[in-house]
Design a protein around this ligand. Structure first.
Ligand SMILES: Cc1cc2nc3c(=O)[nH]c(=O)nc-3n(C[C@H](O)[C@H](O)[C@H](O)COP(=O)(O)OP(=O)(O)OC[C@H]3O[C@@H](n4cnc5c(N)ncnc54)[C@H](O)[C@@H]3O)c2cc1C
Length: 375
């Protein structure tokens, strides 16, 4: 697959129209630790979130559609992109393996953004090494009791439910915890350099019915992996969108500004930097579309390709936005400017949904095994 089919081109155009219609709120929303009401309403009206959330018993979700939408949204607003993407990340396990009762009750709410979703894996002492979590779930009669602390959870405080990774005996399980359950409390923050709706979630003797376990006992990691296999490549889509906007800003500025009697875009190393950024973005975009297209057929079998796309696109975004700041000189440093927002928002993407070094380490181990098998 080299070019997008017409249906993805049309989807990208719809997402771009939505993003453009909300662009005036981008600055305000990125500074908020709450869901921006206009962004939420716009996304609701567009119906786009349904691409992230399979209808109950409906068709499988399409990672390429999600990547294309995130590319368009992230190019304008990280807040809007996060709002869209997290509906899928937070509800995927529920859609895949939740009880029929919970799926029926919650999935339409998630697709329509009536209910905001969250996935709670990380803990103060467990980031990349998720097997080190200490949150537990324990059966008690016909109920389940959850105890623990989660941190850096996107949408904490705004979410209607948390999909919580817990230890259960010798294994790990995912538990569906409505935010209104007694014993659930949220401390908003910390404030990041790239503002994010985020908080710590405390689960203190939280009691939920047994059908709130998603899947079988011990299936937690399998479901987390299935979630990441489907959504990791969409981070690549978002990173490509951010990089493209940064390059557009750099081109706009350097074409319009004259120094030494000619446009900066034609001066010294600046044409090289612009051309290099364009080349890197197109490479990352091609890999992202290919990985997302393949993930649509078998996400787990193409996890390596999705990881490569995530690493390539987020590293590209980092380089492109840094170059954009450089070629814009002092104007690239002004707080409140588009480029400043992009510069900050590019940074977390190399850390979340699999730290890039963790992913390249996994890829290297797989490469060595594959090479050994060939000899
Ligand atoms: C904006 C944002 C939103 C987030 N949202 C959520 C959320 O909604 N839900 C949730 O559960 N979590 C969330 N997180 C947490 C995120 O998943 C973790 O930050 C991530 O898993 C990395 O863990 P850590 O930050 O503890 O880094 P650490 O695990 O401490 O790693 C630090 C650095 O070392 C590298 N590293 C770690 N282990 C290895 C290794 N074995 N080999 C090579 N390098 C390694 C990492 O790549 C990283 O660069 C979010 C984080 C951010 C920044």
């Amino acid at each position: 697959m080299f070019d997008l089919d017409d249906k993805y081109v049309a989807l990208a155009a719809t997402a771009r129209d939505l993003a453009d219609s909300l662009a005036e709120y981008a600055d305000e929303a990125d500074g908020m630790l709450r869901v921006h009401p206009k962004m939420r309403a716009g996304l609701q009206e567009s119906g786009l979130a349904a691409h992230c959330v399979p209808a109950e018993g409906g068709e499988a979700i399409d990672p390429l559609a999600i990547a294309v939408v995130r590319e368009a949204l992230m190019g304008v607003s990280a807040h809007l992109d996060g709002l869209f993407g997290m509906q899928g990340v937070g509800s995927f396990a529920l859609a895949r393996a939740g009880s029929p009762r919970l799926r029926k009750e919650w999935l339409p709410e998630v697709a329509s953004l009536e209910a905001i979703a969250a996935l709670a894996l990380t803990e103060p002492e467990a980031g990349s090494d998720l097997k080190a979590i200490s949150t537990t779930v324990t059966p008690r009669g016909s109920d389940l009791v959850v105890n623990g602390n989660k941190s850096f959870i996107t949408n904490a405080g705004e979410a209607a439910f948390y999909t919580v990774l817990c230890r259960e005996g010798d294994g790990y399980s995912l538990i569906f915890v409505p935010a209104s359950t007694p014993g659930v409390s949220v401390e908003v923050g910390p404030h990041l350099i790239a503002p994010h709706i985020m908080g710590a979630v405390r689960l203190d003797e939280v009691v939920v019915p047994a059908d709130h376990r998603i899947g079988e006992p011990g299936e937690g990691f399998k479901l987390v992996l299935a979630t990441l296999a489907t959504f990791r490549v969409s981070v690549a889509g978002a990173a490509v969108g951010l990089a493209q906007t940064a390059l557009d800003e750099a081109v706009r500025h350097t074409s319009g500004r004259q120094q030494f009697g000619r446009p900066l875009a034609e001066t010294g190393p600046i044409p090289h930097l612009l051309g290099l950024s364009w080349t890197e973005i197109e490479s990352a975009r091609a890999l992202t579309y290919r990985a997302a297209h393949r993930a649509g057929r078998d996400p787990l079998a193409t996890l390596d390709l999705s990881s490569m796309a995530k690493v390539a696109a987020t590293e590209t975004a980092g380089r492109v936005v840094d170059r954009a700041v450089q070629v814009m000189g002092r104007f690239g440093l002004v707080t409140g400017s588009t480029i400043e927002r992009l510069y900050r928002n590019a940074r977390p993407m190399r850390i979340y949904e699999g730290g890039n070094e963790v992913l390249t380490g996994q890829l290297a181990r797989r490469l060595v095994r594959l090479t050994e098998r060939q000899h």
